[in-house]
Design a protein around this ligand. Structure first.
Ligand SMILES: [Zn+2]
Length: 425
């Protein structure tokens, strides 16, 4: 017998879908912003219906690491006459000082919309908090997040880009940022000038997280220097404050230069602390190891070893058209493919892990509830012009529809046709 509540028409029914974990085609019913059912045939007609004609439906992509306050600044960074990093940083500071809240919000908005069009509906962004730009970058990104709240959930990380100890005043600004809309406490301890300062940086940020009951997501060891060991310091701090399961370490490039025994020890301790990791292979492959001759350090964390230790590894875009990286389409399917090349993921199980890094793993480290394609999950979905996820990864398939809380928010129509009249029969 069908109860009255079950008989209510779903808001949207997706017909003839392929879905991972299902052999044949399925229908997916969406109601109240959630997935109401995934079954061979949904009897009830939806208030709206979409025929997927055998296309793949997937949980929407998740972006765990991007810098929305810096995106699109590359054209403003033109005049680096010396080509040096020092001049690049000086120009970056000029842009940071001269940008208004509206400037930041407009540049961020372009990339948010691009992310949504390619199937991403959740974003975690780091935002500079320092004495150069004050809280302007934060206010700009928070404004952009508010303007796009119908399309995308955005978590903001207060990120002390210039250091905490070496940029006096930042600790107070970080506290203010957490009161003004930041959700997560960031950090960049390897940027401090000595080990004691790096430890003090971590302590300041961890204390702030405890005070605000916030998760932590730090830039860690983003350098080729194998002597950079702030991950170990962060693991210690997680244990001391019992912040297990709430801390993410991003970048972790120095891991590529560590010896195996040291890396194995730190990874085992990180697993005990239930830490999460984010790798950003696009930017780091481009930036790291530049001063090396061969063999060249690739600037990646030890992705396979982290996964083998049972750790959550998300994969981020990091940069879009800024002073560090001239590319970036805010497309997580592209980022997952770059990860496969960077971390040498090639078996079917490894391709699944790469896809997880921009879906369930990224969602887990961001604390997103109800992520997935099961009944009761939030109906944030992407429909790909592909029959399975590996094909979508290989061909970078178009995102036919993007669905947010049960509503279609974006669609892409592409047509490519060969013109060969002499071959027509
Ligand atoms: Zn970053």
């Amino acid at each position: 017998m069908v109860s009255q509540s079950e008989a209510v028409a779903p808001d949207l029914v997706l017909r003839s879908c392929r879905a991972e974990g299902h052999d044949g085609l399925v229908d997916v019913a969406l109601a109240g912003g959630m997935i109401a059912s995934v079954e061979e045939h949904v009897e009830l007609a939806g208030r709206a219906e979409l025929d997927l004609e055998g296309r793949l439906v997937s949980p929407a992509f998740v972006q765990p690491h991007i810098h929305l306050d810096k995106v699109g600044t590359l054209p403003l960074l033109g005049g680096n006459r010396s080509g040096t990093l020092a001049e690049a940083i000086e120009i970056l500071h000029q842009v940071k000082r001269s940008s208004s809240v509206e400037d930041v919000a407009e540049r961020a908005g372009v990339v948010i919309r691009q992310a949504v069009l390619t199937g991403t509906t959740r974003i975690r962004t780091h935002v500079d908090v320092d004495t150069v730009g004050g809280l302007t970058p934060l206010r700009g990104v928070v404004l952009a997040a508010r303007r796009h709240a119908d399309l995308c959930d955005i978590q903001v990380v207060a990120f002390p880009q210039e250091g905490v100890i070496r940029d006096p005043g930042t600790a107070d600004l970080m506290d203010a940022a957490m009161r003004e809309g930041a959700d997560v406490v960031g950090g960049m301890p390897h940027w401090e000038l000595d080990e004691a300062s790096a430890r003090a940086h971590i302590a300041t940020c961890m204390n702030l997280a405890v005070a605000h009951d916030a998760d932590v997501d730090m830039h860690i060891d983003e350098t080729d220097d194998g002597a950079s060991r702030t991950l170990s310091m962060l693991v210690d701090a997680v244990g001391e404050r019992e912040w297990q399961g709430r801390v993410t370490a991003g970048h972790c490039c120095a891991m590529a230069a560590w010896d195996d025994a040291y890396a194995a020890d730190v990874i085992a301790r990180a697993a005990k602390a239930r830490m999460h990791f984010v790798t950003n292979p696009a930017t780091n492959l481009l930036l790291q190891g530049r001063a090396d001759h061969e063999p060249r350090r690739r600037g990646l964390p030890r992705v396979k070893e982290l996964l083998a230790a049972g750790l959550t590894v998300g994969c981020g875009q990091d940069c879009v058209q800024d002073g560090f990286y001239p590319f970036g389409a805010a497309d997580q399917l592209q980022v997952a493919l770059i990860l496969c090349h960077a971390a040498q993921l090639s078996t079917p199980a490894e391709l699944d892990q790469a896809l997880d890094s921009v879906r369930s793993a990224a969602a887990r480290l961001m604390g997103i509830r109800g992520y997935g394609l099961g009944r009761g999950c939030v109906a944030d979905l992407v429909v790909l012009d592909a029959t399975d996820a590996h094909e979508a990864l290989r061909l970078q398939s178009p995102r036919r529809w993007v669905i947010r809380a049960g509503r279609v928010i974006a669609q892409t129509v592409t047509t490519s046709v060969l013109s060969r009249p002499e071959h027509e029969d």
